[in-house]
Design a protein around this ligand. Structure first.
Ligand code: 16G
Ligand code: ZN
Length: 569
């Protein structure tokens, strides 16, 4: 069982800074990279322990996503490619906070492995993955602190006698995909994930996308009126140029294989902020910057107004589209016309709904389509969903783990946060039904879409393929997509407060429960603003309280945010 001596010895090389008290935030541990070696080492132990407990391969991703380059972080990936269950987070935090090596051993033995290890050993021969075949896959982004933290992660995994494999530089969604693939083996994965199988990732996503590109419009095939615009093959289509802001992150390299593949079907990717130009990760670029600042990123100075552009974050799990606006007379920055996660979500929802409408009734019986949003979803998108698409909507707290879980409850679960993180999940039951009627063109298209769309976690690369496919099918550019609905003007404010924990919320963060009286005060202000909506919530990633407000005009939204911030403060 647990080799306490080996764990203690390995642990002694990764001391926790005495004043550092890591907490498991919305998406794992995140902090200044210099503080994190012990945390990442212990996450290595934990990922290995979970592999032993579950008898399956697990993963670790070293990244701090859209945060500054000096930060880093670590996320745990479970055998199904999803995130570690929330019930395990307190134990992870406890392990990360141990003051010394003996405590690390004790928490690992008593709180993590517990009585399960002997039981597991007894059943090992019946288990599909014997302990010696278990692997923890470790990936990282482009941060300079990655090599040192990678070494800590590998050391943690190996201290429990589990094999550790570095997947090298990968996007977060690629790592999730690889872990899933390792466990849900194609023949290539059968011998264990010794060589990371990124090729499988590209074959799945891009392969399905290319098949979709070559197919005529489903409506045409099913005998509908159709526009005929796509029925005549790909040859005479005019090439689309898509400028991609890679945030000087890992997406730049990982988008590489897409460039020739997409060129072949008339989509020309122009990669910017690839890191080659000397730019800094997430600085003045990336999805978070574009979405929050509403400005074109660096290296976009020569991109014409109205051009089709998109922006990834540092680990390529977020995607927003935008197009630069013409600069104001006098040379002021022109801002952008933004198509955020809500717009991606509604585009996907509208399209999925169309296709579902073309399925035979027996495929649809009892099948549920649902859109998952957070309080940040623009009110106009929620109204569009309800009034135009007439699809059920669910609101969850901020954080992918909540949206993902809710989306899993439906047969098609469409979830995106406004900040661009999200995906579309298809249930096994629906896939089975679709396969049974796959002479139906819409069914075939949905089956291919389920392969284009990363089923484990939101994925910017997969998102680009999804959006480009739908736009092509509809014959739309960004203006037509933007015109699905008009966003209500909104404003976000970040407040530094003494203790953000005094604010607690309910109803998916839309209502403040404490401090007493705050919600009444907010509600009182909101009612003064036509189409007004506002909420305050403690950040899950920073020591701050965030205020969101939307209203009929930008001026009103700004004013509403200011007034709400005042009562929070
Ligand atoms: C993290 C979350 C993101 C969420 C954001 C909120 C994941 C993978 N990422 O980036 O979903 O929107 O935190 O940050 O879950 P906040 O709590 O500071 O507003
Ligand atoms: Zn990210």
């Amino acid at each position: 069982s647990l080799n306490a001596e080996a764990v203690r010895a390995a642990s002694s090389a990764f001391r926790k800074p005495p004043d550092f008290h890591p907490s498991y935030g919305t998406a794992g541990f995140r902090a200044d990279a210099d503080l994190l070696a012990s945390t990442v080492f212990r996450c290595g132990l934990l990922a290995a322990a979970r592999a032993l407990l579950l008898g399956a391969h697990t993963g670790l991703m070293i990244t701090a996503s859209h945060n500054p380059v000096v930060d880093n972080g670590v996320k745990m990936v479970d055998p199904d490619g999803g995130m570690m269950p929330q019930s395990f987070e307190p134990v992870a935090a406890e392990l990360a906070n141990c003051a010394n090596d003996d405590d690390v051993v004790a928490v690992l033995r008593d709180r993590v492995l517990g009585a399960a290890l002997p039981a597991l050993a007894a059943s090992a021969s019946a288990s599909p993955q014997q302990p010696q075949h278990l692997t923890v896959l470790v990936g990282h982004d482009t941060r300079p602190s990655a090599p040192q933290l990678l070494a800590a992660a590998l050391s943690g995994v190996r201290a429990l006698g589990v094999r550790a494999v570095s997947c090298g530089l990968v996007t977060t969604p690629q790592l999730h995909f690889l872990v899933h693939a390792a466990n849900h083996g194609s023949s290539r994965a059968a011998d264990g994930p010794a060589a990371p199988q990124l090729q499988l990732y590209y074959d799945t996503l891009v392969g399905a996308f290319l098949q979709l590109s070559q197919r005529p419009h489903a409506e045409d095939l099913n005998g509908g009126a159709g526009s005929g615009a796509y029925g005549s093959g790909t040859a005479e289509r005019k090439a689309v140029v898509l400028y991609v802001d890679c945030a000087n992150g890992v997406g730049a390299q990982q988008l590489g294989p897409l460039v020739p593949a997409l060129r072949g079907v008339g989509i020309e990717l122009q990669l910017r902020n690839t890191g080659a130009g000397g730019g800094t990760l997430n600085l003045g670029c990336g999805a978070d910057y574009v979405q929050k600042e509403r400005m074109p990123p660096s290296e976009f100075g020569d991109v014409p107004a109205g051009a089709r552009c998109c922006s990834l974050d540092g680990d390529a799990d977020r995607l927003v589209y935008f197009s630069p606006l013409a600069a104001a007379a006098g040379g002021g920055g022109g801002g952008v016309s933004l198509l955020d996660g809500d717009k991606v979500s509604m585009l996907a929802a509208a399209y999925v709904r169309d296709l579902m409408g073309q399925l035979p009734e027996e495929a649809l019986r009892g099948i549920r389509v649902c859109c998952v949003q957070t309080a940040y979803a623009n009110g106009a998108s929620t109204a569009y969903l309800r009034d135009v698409l007439q699809l059920p909507a669910v609101c969850t707290p901020t954080g992918v783990k909540f949206l993902h879980e809710a989306a899993h409850d439906a047969d098609v679960g469409i979830y995106f946060e406004s900040n661009g993180h999200g995906t579309v999940l298809f249930s096994q039951e629906l896939l089975k039904r679709l396969r049974a009627v796959d002479s139906n063109a819409a069914a075939k298209e949905l089956l291919l879409l389920a392969r284009v769309i990363n089923q484990t976690v939101g994925d910017a690369i997969s998102g680009i393929l999804l959006v480009e496919h739908i736009l092509r099918r509809k014959g739309w550019g960004l203006p037509e997509w933007q015109a699905l609905y008009s966003d209500l003007p909104s404003r976000q404010v970040k407040l530094k407060v003494a203790d953000r924990a005094i604010i607690t919320t309910a109803d998916a963060e839309r209502v403040c429960v404490t401090p007493a009286g705050l919600q009444d005060a907010i509600a009182h202000i909101v009612q003064e603003f036509p189409q007004g909506r506002a909420f305050a919530r403690p950040s899950g990633t920073e020591d701050a309280v965030r205020v969101y407000a939307e209203a009929a005009t930008q001026q009103a939204a700004d004013e509403l945010a200011r007034r709400v911030a005042q009562v929070v403060y």
